[in-house]
Design a protein around this ligand. Structure first.
Ligand SMILES: [Cu+2]
Length: 380
């Protein structure tokens, strides 16, 4: 979709000023992994071979048209003549040429590249699990015990054309995936719901994230920097709103980040275990509600009739608390209400449920603590 827009704008810009085209790239993004380099190499090689063949054949054709014209006294060929050795030669020559081309000039480098793509296991330094969800990515570092979600941060106002679009429009997230440069990273992808696809063009990798399957790829990224990509498998109404952002750090910086993240996780766990007062929980829940739930249930809590039910006055939000928590944890299968148990921390779920029970006209007065959510999650 973005590609199409780019083309559209590109054409407009070309009509207007050529300067607007500056910064446009018509080739692959600069490759930063062995796979991306190999892909580009194979592409360039094929392109050259194809162009040579194309222009050679074109030249022969043009020459033949021109020099065998009727006004020069040329007579049309008589193809009913009996087969001669010469004819066999002209049949077999292109055939042999194709064999050499397909199995040799194209086949060997292509085989080499594919073989290399698939080698996810040899010497992997780090394993990252990537899980697609409608509509965000979750990243897990199993060896480090770190897990977080990565969501779009482009403000709705920009999407709705109420504000000018930012530099990284639709390509910015709250928590980018952070990786060390120069290490072989083995990625494992899967999905919680439908098929998504994790794609970063500069890495030369794109892998479908398929529910119920683990699929792999790898990358060794040479240069630190921020790399952006997108979900590239149509996965529902916000498919265009689940970008991939990877922040590649030098190995020293990565270690610092890792320590901070782990420390942060310990602090956050302690924070989460701490019981909250009603006001604290409401304030925390209001943020979660505004950033996630309000898109459907609306800031007013009134929902959208026929599509999203109101939370204000809802039987669930003013009924037994366990059923309310379970609705948020497990979602309602087959509806737009997804299972947030896999996307949000227990503390965030506790807070947002507290908020829903005590916002607008709902005045239940109860506070849900994260331990209660954890317990319900564990219950069968
Ligand atoms: Cu997706």
């Amino acid at each position: 979709m973005r590609g199409l827009n780019k083309w559209g704008f590109g054409l407009l810009a070309a009509l207007g000023s050529a300067a607007a085209l500056a910064g446009y790239s018509w080739n692959f993004p600069t490759p930063v992994t062995p796979i991306a380099r190999e892909t580009l190499h194979v592409h360039n090689l094929f392109m050259i071979v194809i162009l040579v063949i194309f222009f050679t054949v074109l030249a022969i054709m043009l020459y033949s048209f021109w020099s065998h014209r009727k006004s020069q006294g040329q007579v049309a060929g008589d193809f009913v003549a009996p087969k001669s050795r010469k004819q066999w030669f002209w049949v077999l020559l292109p055939f042999a040429g194709l064999l050499v081309l397909d199995y040799g000039i194209f086949g060997i480098p292509a085989y080499h590249a594919v073989h290399m793509y698939e080698d996810t296991k040899t010497d992997a330094d780090l394993v990252i699990k990537v899980t697609g969800s409608q509509w965000l990515w979750q990243y897990e570092y199993p060896s480090e015990g770190i897990k977080f979600t990565s969501r779009l941060t482009t403000p709705r106002e920009q999407i709705d054309n109420l504000q000018p679009k930012g530099e990284n429009y639709l390509l910015e997230v709250d928590n980018p995936l952070v990786l060390p440069a120069g290490k072989k990273i083995r990625f494992i992808t899967t999905s919680n719901d439908v098929i998504h696809s994790w794609w970063v063009p500069a890495f030369g990798v794109k892998r479908d994230a398929v529910p119920g399957f683990l699929r792999e790829f790898w990358a060794t990224i040479d240069t630190p920097g921020i790399y952006r990509g997108q979900c590239s498998e149509l996965c529902g109404k916000e498919h265009g709103y689940m970008p991939v952002v990877v922040n590649v750090l030098s190995q020293e910086d990565y270690k610092v980040w890792l320590a901070a993240k782990k420390g942060g996780a310990v602090v956050a766990a302690a924070e989460n275990a701490k019981p909250l007062t009603l006001d604290e929980a409401k304030a925390k829940g209001a943020k979660v509600y505004a950033s996630i739930c309000a898109a459907c249930h609306q800031p007013t809590g009134m929902g959208i009739p026929g599509a999203f039910p109101p939370i204000n006055g809802s039987k669930v939000a003013t009924g037994p608390v366990d059923a309310h928590i379970k609705t948020v944890l497990n979602g309602r299968p087959g509806t737009a209400m997804v299972a947030f148990g896999k996307q949000l921390s227990d503390a965030d779920i506790a807070a947002v449920v507290t908020y829903q029970r005590n916002a607008w006209d709902n005045k239940m007065g109860d506070v849900v603590q994260s331990a209660q959510v954890t317990a319900l999650k564990a219950a069968p």
